[in-house]
Design a protein around this ligand. Structure first.
Ligand SMILES: Nc1ncnc2c1ncn2[C@@H]1O[C@H](COP(=O)(O)OP(=O)(O)OP(=O)(O)O)[C@@H](O)[C@H]1O
Ligand SMILES: [Mg+2]
Length: 614
């Protein structure tokens, strides 16, 4: 129920519509009652053979309290009057029948009109809450730290965003039932008591039985449902991974393997869904069977009361009672169905809650805002672990403003990880990173990241124009600025040759470009944003000598006069860096200029000889 409260929190923005919904529901239910009640005298006076009872009802009302008998008499009195006003009884009955039929039709017209209006005004509430929820989840996805995504499966997140949000929506439909049906239940219960409290007690004794029956089924359903949702997440995860790796899968002719694993997950989902649907569809026939049994028992007992005649319950009134009871059963059935729906959607709400309540950790917004750095960035005895094992083992490093620092070292030595710590994609486990003596943990994370431009190891591009890929939403950039950045990144020539120049759409992940072209676009993007600190993680992917040279030149031009942290695998690129830092197993083992380190004949020297560089 805690989850339900959370949904209700969203509701508070829609009070106006919500109130209209409740009001129209009330009016609609009142018309239902009127419509059903007006059938009673039909049986009593119109279809009974003898005319004596009509004459009986022409007398003034002998009851003067507000009891069932009083009301019965009043209605029948009106009917008797209406019939006797005509030239003959048969004419009167025909005329009255017409009036009653018209009245019933009109009552039900209004009933439906008002219940429709209620739904009409509920639509913006229902959809509004869902839209709000979706916005919240999306915003949360953007706010969550990078580390969250190494643990969570993307497919599962997608499934939460689409499927679970939809489940919550169907829960909202169920919720609507909770607004309407109880009103109808109360109104009809009052009607029942009014007619016969004895019979009503019988009804009240029997009804909880059916509720108990179905709630037991509901419990099992909730468990299956949670499993099924999780399983769907796994299915989608496989789809997600396949789409990102489609070229690789085809390249290695691994379609069979992937299909097999997909079928396995899909089969599990299929089994769970079968169980879920079988359980949920059992609830409706079970509740109807139980409902009819209750109905039969009440009819039997009620019929006996009528035969007894001591109580004075009239046959026609018993039929009205039974019709009220029918009017009572269907909303109860609906509520029970709605409870099942709600249980399913609460499971989805739980799953969404996992995201909504996820710890944003280092992504704390707020804190000191900085918009420049003047002196240096300093790493003090920085240690970091992704999980249990330390990856960065005590690094001290100073990046003075205007200098280029190059990180070199074997694969897996922690270079990319170290670079990720500066814009706080991950927070240091121990030690500190200071920007002009200010600990970055106390700095507003967005203002910190505005200081750093990143070119990651895997060139990340969107299926959009070159222009939008470079500007990343920054507005008001002139064409000259784009050309300048592209020139520095050695990308101008090929971009100009694209069909629509810088407005060419470059395909999913930049798929219409070569690897080297993609890298150079990413470099151009970082240059265009012109950040105070540039972090370049040179891609390891093998490029041909020609495009490797273009990328290298681009990097060299970029480093010139900028503060940059460059991770390079081709040592020729960083030969001219101010400081070269050699990393091994999470530690700095050598540090100095190319000439110094080369002369030392240590680790760096070995790396150089391996790449035949002197
Ligand atoms: N998201 C992650 N979760 C857990 N461990 C990780 C993660 N990313 C990297 N690692 C581990 O951290 C260590 C350092 O990785 P890192 O990517 O920093 O190396 P690198 O020096 O950049 O290597 P390369 O030259 O191949 O790019 C590796 O042992 C790697 O397995
Ligand atoms: Mg790396």
């Amino acid at each position: 129920m805690g989850r339900l409260m959370q949904l209700l929190k969203y509701l508070s923005d829609y009070k106006g519509y919500f109130t209209l919904n409740v009001v129209f529901n009330l009016v609609g239910v009142a018309f239902t009652l009127i419509g059903i009640s007006s059938m009673m005298p039909l049986i009593e006076l119109l279809f009974k053979a003898d005319n004596d009872s009509i004459l009986d009802f022409l007398q003034p009302n002998p009851h003067n309290d507000f009891s069932r008998k009083y009301l019965e008499y009043e209605v029948n009195h009106w009917f008797a009057n209406s019939i006797s006003e005509a030239s003959s009884f048969i004419e009167g009955k025909k005329r009255t029948l017409f009036i009653v039929c018209l009245f019933i039709a009109i009552s039900f017209f209004f009933k439906n009109l008002f219940l429709y209006l209620a739904t009409f005004f509920l639509a913006p509430v229902r959809n509004g809450i869902i839209a709000d929820l979706r916005n919240d989840v999306y915003q949360k996805m953007l706010n969550l730290p990078v580390s969250y995504y190494s643990d969570e499966k993307k497919g599962d997140l997608m499934s939460k965003m689409s499927n679970d949000v939809m489940q919550v929506e169907s829960g909202m439909i169920a919720f609507q039932r909770f607004l309407r049906e109880p009103i109808q239940v109360i109104v009809f219960l009052v009607g029942l008591f009014f007619i016969s409290w004895k019979l009503t007690l019988v009804v009240l004794l029997l009804l909880p039985l059916s509720a108990l029956f179905v709630s037991i089924i509901g419990k099992g359903l909730k468990r299956t449902s949670k499993k099924a949702q999780g399983q769907l997440g796994q299915v989608l995860s496989v789809v997600e991974e396949t789409l990102t790796a489609i070229k690789l899968i085809k390249g290695f002719a691994a379609e069979r393997t992937f299909l097999k694993s997909f079928k396995k997950y899909n089969k599990r989902f299929y089994d769970l869904r079968n169980r879920q649907i079988r359980k949920s569809s059992a609830s409706s026939p079970i509740s109807e069977t139980v409902g009819i049994a209750v109905f039969a028992v009440v009819m039997w007992i009620g019929g006996n009361i009528v035969f007894d005649e001591n109580d004075g319950l009239r046959g026609a009134t018993l039929i009205t009672f039974l019709m009220y009871m029918w009017g009572l059963l269907s909303p109860i059935k609906a509520v029970i169905g709605a409870i099942n729906n709600l249980q399913v959607s609460m499971v989805s709400m739980d799953r969404l809650d996992d995201i909504l309540k996820a710890d944003e950790k280092s992504e704390r917004f707020g804190g000191v805002k900085i918009n420049a750095f003047n002196k240096e960035i300093k790493l003090n005895n920085v240690r970091f672990k992704y999980e249990d094992e330390e990856v960065i083992k005590g690094v001290d490093l100073t990046i003075p403003k205007g200098k280029t620092i190059a990180l070199v070292g074997h694969s897996g030595s922690g270079k990319s990880t170290l670079a990720d710590l500066v814009p706080r994609f991950y927070s240091v486990s121990e030690g500190s990173i200071l920007i002009d003596d200010q600990n970055i943990n106390e700095v507003d994370v967005q203002s910190l990241r505005k200081l750093t431009g990143i070119v990651t190891q895997d060139s990340i591009l969107f299926n959009d124009s070159v222009r939008n890929n470079l500007s990343l939403g920054v507005e008001g950039l002139t064409d000259d600025q784009f050309i300048q950045a592209l020139t520095i990144a050695n990308a101008k020539e090929f971009v100009m040759q694209l069909e629509s120049g810088i407005d060419t759409i470059i395909g999913e992940g930049g798929g219409k470009l070569s690897g080297g072209q993609r890298q150079r676009l990413c470099i151009a993007r970082a240059v265009l944003q012109n950040p105070p600190l540039l972090i370049l993680d040179e891609a390891t992917s093998a490029l041909d000598t020609q495009s490797e040279k273009l990328v290298q030149e681009a990097l060299e031009k970029v480093m010139d006069g900028r503060t940059a942290l460059v991770i390079a695998h081709r040592l020729s690129t960083i030969k001219n860096a101010d400081i070269i830092v050699v990393m091994d197993d999470g530690k700095i083992i050598e540090q100095g200029s190319h000439n110094e380190l080369y002369a030392e004949k240590g680790h760096y020297y070995n790396l150089c000889t391996m790449q035949e560089l002197n």
